[in-house]
Design a protein. Structure first.
Length: 248
């Protein structure tokens, strides 16, 4: 009795998918590398703003204070002008501080991911007029700089999307670590995913560049990014990265 012939794979079709897979991997690697370079440039620029402009503004404030001491008490107009200059310098220093923080969170580098998230989440939530809560592990486990930056970017993107698109009023940012992998979850009480849209479509949508970039950066580090609706409303954005991530 002759055995039925098994269908042979279409070798041409299989061969044609190999370059696509290889090309996708190459693009993911290149995008991850470019994003890491971009972050490093932002870090260096923030450091220059701190070391150069920040130091100069502080020195000017001190010089102005010394000059103010020599203004005669009866010269009220000069004292008023000095007060205006002092106020202007204070505004410039505060603007410079905010620019540095937008570019790079120094707490990530010097104090760890927990401290960086503890500063980022309430500040960003207040700027968008929403309430945010953080749940962080008791101990701050060591992560690579690249991992920390990507996790911070995930928190930023999740908070911005929750406020701008989901019209959420409350956001929970949760950092978990089971020893093998780290998970950053942003959960909101907003409108949830758009009707007739699925999470995979949104993560691949050409109109969601922030989410697409996050997904590729997670893939570059051997992890993943998931977006899903919650029962009763709201959405959850979750990034998972292996602790033993590829070198970046």
């Amino acid at each position: 009795m002759t055995e039925p012939a098994h269908p042979q794979p279409d070798t041409a079709a299989v061969a044609s998918t190999v370059p696509v897979v290889d090309r996708t991997a190459e693009l993911t690697e290149m995008l991850g590398y470019l994003a890491a370079c971009w972050d490093e440039e932002r870090r260096l620029l923030a450091r220059q703003l701190h070391d150069s402009l920040g130091s100069s503004m502080t020195a000017l404030t001190m010089h102005l204070a010394l000059l103010t001491q020599h203004i005669p008490a009866e010269n009220q107009s000069m004292r008023d002008r000095s007060a205006q200059m002092k106020q202007l310098l204070a505004q410039i220093i505060e603007t410079n501080r905010k620019m540095q923080l937008d570019l790079w969170n120094d707490k990530l580098e010097f104090l760890g991911l927990k401290a960086a998230l503890a500063e980022l989440v309430p500040g960003l939530a207040a700027a968008h007029g929403i309430k945010a809560r953080t749940s962080l592990p008791d101990e701050d486990v060591s992560y690579t700089r690249t991992q920390g930056v990507v996790l911070l970017r995930c928190a930023e993107e999740g908070l911005r999307n929750a406020a701008a698109h989901a019209r959420a009023t409350l956001v929970d940012v949760i950092l978990g670590d089971d020893g093998d992998q780290v998970m950053l979850t942003v959960r909101d009480n907003g409108a949830g995913l758009p009707q007739h849209s699925c999470a995979d479509e949104l993560l691949a949508s050409t109109s969601c560049h922030g989410l697409r970039l996050l997904r590729e950066r997670a893939r570059f580090l051997g992890g993943s990014l998931q977006l899903r609706s919650q029962e009763g409303g709201g959405a959850t954005l979750c990034m998972t990265l292996p602790k033993a991530a590829p070198a970046a």
